[in-house]
Write a protein that binds this ligand. Sequence first.
Ligand SMILES: Cc1cc2nc3c(=O)[nH]c(=O)nc-3n(C[C@H](O)[C@H](O)[C@H](O)COP(=O)(O)OP(=O)(O)OC[C@H]3O[C@@H](n4cnc5c(N)ncnc54)[C@H](O)[C@@H]3O)c2cc1C
Ligand code: FES
Length: 259
Amino acid sequence: MKRRLRSVITEHKELAPHIFSLKLKTEMSAEAVPGQFIGIYPKDGARILMRPISICDSDAETGELRMVYRAAGKGTAEISGYGAGESLDILGMLGNGYDLEAVKEKKVILLGGGIGIPPMLYSAKRLKEQGTEVTAVLGYADSNTFLKEDFEKYCTVQIASMEGSVGTKGTVIDAMNENGTEGDVIFACGPMPMLKAVKSYAADHGMQAFISLEERMACGVGACLGCVVKTREVDHHTHVKNTRICVEGPVFNAEDVDI
Ligand SMILES: Cc1cc2nc3c(=O)[nH]c(=O)nc-3n(C[C@H](O)[C@H](O)[C@H](O)COP(=O)(O)OP(=O)(O)OC[C@H]3O[C@@H](n4cnc5c(N)ncnc54)[C@H](O)[C@@H]3O)c2cc1C
Ligand code: FES
């Protein structure tokens, strides 16, 4: 059930320049599926739209959700200014998430690029819990390898960096080519050029790829059609070859979307 709830910040810290880790105490933590996201509302009345941020981790025991986000514009910059003990309104749980059960017996490659890295952490944790073999390939801009140690708790980690200061110089695709990374299924999140490259890599290697699209959103609940992506088949809701990322996604089989 989607609802707007008040949550309390339990931890908020800067992991790398402009990259923040935010923990929120909320009853929604018990429902979170990897790949889903929440909407965080700025408090400034000039910014009424929620900001969609993926679940990076969820701890049902402590009742905390963790998000890792970049302070990209005015809304996220405002959110980054709130500290432990303060409250934030959130909308959730949003989106579909990855089907972990379907890949239980397979070898999964998690590909995260930049601020697409955080949602892969919760996938790594839950895949490890169900005994699935996982390799994470993480693509950074530079040597600020935020979350790397967190991933190492759950899986083999390979690194790429665009400037070449750590790991393979280049993209996550370059790292897979250099390391001969093997798997049956890819889960990926990152910038659109990376997702396009992942789609064609998967097609060339006979692999399935599930990609998370983090495009601009407004309502987050399927009402405004502000987040549609072109699809191969006619969509059951829109009746055209367009689907809503916030409801039918953000995770799609790469073959089903025209990116
Ligand atoms: C499903 C999903 C998951 C996401 N997960 C993360 C995450 O885990 N970490 C992270 O750092 N970022 C994530 N993003 C991107 C994040 O939502 C934007 O960076 C953020 O909304 C920018 O808001 P702003 O107020 O700082 O920027 P502004 O440019 O001031 O935002 C203006 C408006 O545009 C919307 N908007 C701007 N950029 C984006 C964008 N890229 N995606 C969606 N809406 C946008 C805002 O929500 C707001 O309504 C995700 C986006 C989506 C759609
Ligand atoms: S953001 Fe409104 S329909 Fe998706």
